[in-house]
Design a protein around this ligand. Structure first.
Ligand code: ATP
Length: 511
């Protein structure tokens, strides 16, 4: 099945099974804003716990905060967001659709990559085991021709971004003959900058209300609390501050479901280090973060690092962790070495000293910062994309979400075989015993087969069936989601079996 079709099915599945709903749906929805349903919120909470504990529990020198969404407007002047948090936009005059100029060019680059990958796959099939991919890529004329086109476009694009050259971005779109996917025409407007921050007013207008912004990133809440945390926590450099919270961006293009939203959630960690050591820490955090992703078992080949075409003015190193979504490799997390830019700017704008006295060096300095910044929603999409499977079975087929058990919204479904003979009561007893440890669900409606399919679709890793034998010997059938294997176990064993599979500790051991 084509990847786009899989993606469409996955979006429909998220709605049908209570994971994600379009916001304000009964009013025809609100663009790029989504609500999480009864299972979605559980998965989201589990993802957040995985991240939070991996930062705050596993690192003695990382602590968390929860700062407000509203902040003093000067913060966004100091951080550069008021003047420069822009995306280049372009409109197609025929379809009246709006696009991000940089994304149109990135998609063109991805097309060259896809062409090269297609040649590789074809050759792989032809040559079988003797296939040497590296040699093929270095010598095959069709691959080389596409690589040349890719390299030329890439360097021209990077240059245009670095020079902030909007005319050149438009010229690239024209030269590459990029068409609007809706109208199919090349009738483009000029490229313009568009600020992504949402603004609102605080206080009544009569007194001269203050223009405040909905934060476009959580990071600034950490920077402006650096001194508070360092002093009250008696933190010694190097140390980190972690935060999970909502962020808002008036994104130009709202497509691809929860990949790009106007209201979303970030998990960010700012790590404060001694100047001159930041690039070592950058490498360390790169490694730690990729391990965090890989520990989920979605396949190492589905991750890659992507170096930024353009470094933000404050950064001296930046890399994205990209995951292979059904619509291609895309960013899920950014790791940035932000130098002392933010803290120095806040020193300048607030007039307060934001320094660290380093007793080993016997001097004060503005710390440098390495940040890791990941979107909860993109991580959610990564988990769902990696877990969604359609399987042909002997007699029928099933849709199953093979979510890692530790992240699964419901861990255990308990099902009485029939609704009588004391089986429902026995099933409830099992739940009452386990519900303090795991999210359990009671299910007695429809045939057992149908109930299994329902739990597969939700992604429940374990189903326990209570039958007549249970009332005699206190054993049940436990059925495993991924293999569909079943075994007879004592009720007293269930907690242990599940406990081992859903423990965060197992994941943490791999980080
Ligand atoms: P992009 O290039 O895709 O717009 P970005 O580079 O602007 O993303 P950052 O500012 O580095 O993103 O934000 C850190 C993380 O926050 C991203 O890696 C992503 O996971 C998440 N994120 C950013 N913007 C959005 C959005 N509009 N919707 C959902 N998640 C987002």
């Amino acid at each position: 099945m084509a990847q786009e079709d899989i993606f469409k099915k996955l979006v429909a599945h998220c709605k049908e099974y209570g994971y994600v709903f379009q916001s304000s749906e009964i009013y025809d929805g609100l663009g790029a804003v989504y609500d999480y349903g009864q299972y979605g919120v559980e998965l989201k909470n589990n993802i957040k716990k995985y991240w939070w504990d991996s930062m705050v529990l596993l690192h003695e020198n990382v602590v968390g905060i929860d700062s407000a969404i509203f902040m003093h407007p000067t913060i966004w002047k100091a951080s550069g967001h008021v003047d420069a948090f822009n995306d280049p936009l372009i409109d197609n005059k025929d379809s009246k659709k709006r696009y991000r100029a940089d994304v149109l060019i990135e998609e063109q680059l991805a097309k060259f990559e896809a062409k090269m990958d297609k040649e590789v796959v074809k050759a792989q099939k032809r040559f079988g085991d003797s296939f040497d991919e590296k040699q093929f890529r270095e010598t095959n004329p069709r691959v080389l021709a596409n690589q040349k086109k890719y390299d030329e476009l890439h360097s021209r694009f990077a240059q245009a971004l670095n020079d902030n050259n909007l005319e050149e971005l438009k010229q690239i779109i024209i030269d590459q003959e990029i068409v609007c996917p809706i109208s199919g025409t090349r009738n483009w407007t000029d490229v313009r900058q568009f600020n992504l921050m949402f603004a609102t007013e605080m206080g009544s207008t009569a007194d001269g209300a203050l223009k405040v912004y909905l934060r476009p990133e959580t990071a600034q809440g950490i920077f402006v609390n650096y001194l508070n945390v360092q002093k009250t926590g008696r933190m010694k450099i190097p140390f980190g501050i972690a935060q999970i919270g909502k962020a808002f961006r008036n994104e130009i293009v709202a497509r691809q479901f929860i990949f790009r939203m106007r209201e979303f959630e970030q998990m960010e960690m700012q790590f404060f280090v001694r100047p001159g050591t930041e690039l070592d820490w950058f490498e360390k955090w790169k490694e730690t973060r990729i391990k965090w992703h890989r520990a989920l078992g979605f396949g190492d080949e589905n991750y890659r690092f992507h170096e930024h075409e353009k470094l933000a003015h404050y950064a001296n190193a930046a890399v994205d962790v990209e995951y292979k979504f059904p619509f291609g490799f895309k960013e899920v997390e950014g790791i940035h070495s932000r130098t002392d830019f933010d803290l120095s700017q806040h020193e300048k704008y607030s007039g307060k000293k934001i320094r660290y006295f380093d007793p080993e060096l016997n001097e004060s300095y503005v710390p440098f910062v390495v940040e890791t910044s990941i979107g909860v929603d993109r991580m959610f999409l990564q988990v769902i994309s990696a877990s969604y499977c359609e399987e042909e079975l002997e007699k029928d087929s099933r849709v199953v979400l093979k979510i890692p058990p530790v992240l699964a919204p419901v861990k255990l479904a308990v099902m009485p075989l029939v609704k009588k003979d004391g089986l429902p009561e026995k099933a409830r007893e099992i739940i009452d015993d386990l519900k303090f440890n795991f999210n359990c669900q009671y299910d007695e409606k429809d045939s057992i087969g149908k109930r299994y399919r329902r739990q597969d679709a939700i992604g429940t890793p374990f189903c326990v069936t209570v039958d007549h034998q249970t009332t005699q010997d206190n054993t049940v059938t436990i059925r495993y989601r991924d293999t569909m294997e079943q075994e007879r176990v004592a009720i007293s064993e269930i907690g242990k079996i599940i406990g081992e599979q859903v423990s965060y500790k197992k994941l943490f051991a791999e980080i």
